[in-house]
Design a protein around this ligand. Structure first.
Ligand SMILES: Cc1cc2nc3c(=O)[nH]c(=O)nc-3n(C[C@H](O)[C@H](O)[C@H](O)COP(=O)(O)O)c2cc1C
Length: 238
């Protein structure tokens, strides 16, 4: 737990991440109204991203690039969800039933595509968990991104905050797909966490059926990444 002005305290993944990013807690006393001491919820103007650590619940929209039921990337997403604090809600986008993008249908958008746009709009942060297909992102993910960017003037992605991770049985760990995705998201005006990067080589049993990461080193690394990502979301929401 970290001490804040007026005796307030903040803890959890968010503050760990902010510390890792070199963002110090506010130094001077600022007005903080204690709403609910027991669950550490406060409101008030703290001119520092630490304020969001102690007052917010975040919705994270999760985009898993694989449609495969036994997807390693879906497993990775679930494992990250399990590592996240209770104040973080993961909501998974449904990409499988989104029709192929067609500009003719933009003005009467298919409901599945409109649902994706609505999820983006409601999210505080975006999390992309993607395989690599032929050295790029899977078509289903690109399709959803295209719908989300349209119609012209109503780009749902612009101004959002995102993190990218991915896993593959190959040692490259989706590095090239992630680089392509960064390029695409830059064009949409999404602020993507730069480092650390997660290029995870998936090995049998790395994430078990309860979504526990079985390798201690990998678990610590992913916890560190998640803390940093959530701090990034908090910082840009502040
Ligand atoms: C169409 C296709 C293309 C693929 N291309 C790549 C590739 O470029 N790089 C790579 O590391 N793996 C590639 N793979 C293997 C995937 O990494 C592997 O199938 C992985 O399990 C997919 O992720 P998932 O388990 O989340 O579905 C490809 C697989 C498919 C089906």
């Amino acid at each position: 737990m970290a001490a804040l002005p007026n005796g307030a305290r903040a803890g959890g993944a968010c503050t760990t991440g902010l510390t890792a990013m070199g963002i110090a807690p506010p130094e001077r006393t600022v007005p903080v109204r204690v709403e609910q001491v027991t669950s550490q919820v406060y409101t008030g103007a703290i001119p520092n991203p630490w304020s969001t650590c102690i007052m917010s619940t975040y919705k994270i929209a999760v985009f898993v690039g694989s449609l495969r039921a036994a997807s390693f990337n879906l497993r990775l997403a679930r494992a990250l969800e399990k590592l996240a604090p209770d104040t973080i809600e993961f909501e998974y986008a449904s990409l499988a039933d989104v029709p192929l993008y067609n500009q003719d249908n933009e003005m009467s958008m298919p409901p599945q595509a409109a649902k994706v746009k609505d999820l983006i709009a409601r999210a505080d942060g975006l999390l992309f968990v993607t395989p690599e297909h032929n050295r790029s992102i899977p078509a289903a993910l690109k399709n959803a991104i295209d719908w989300g960017s349209r119609p012209w003037g109503k780009n749902s992605w612009t101004g959002k905050t995102a993190g990218i991770v991915g896993t593959s049985p190959s040692a490259a760990g989706t590095a090239m797909a992630q680089q392509h995705l960064r390029n695409i998201l830059a064009a949409e005006g999404v602020s993507v966490l730069t480092t650390p990067e997660v290029f995870l080589q998936y090995t049998e049993g790395l994430i078990d059926d309860q979504y526990t990461i079985t390798n201690e080193g990998t678990r610590k690394f992913l916890q560190g990444w998640l803390d940093r990502y959530l701090a990034w979301v908090a910082k840009l929401a502040a």
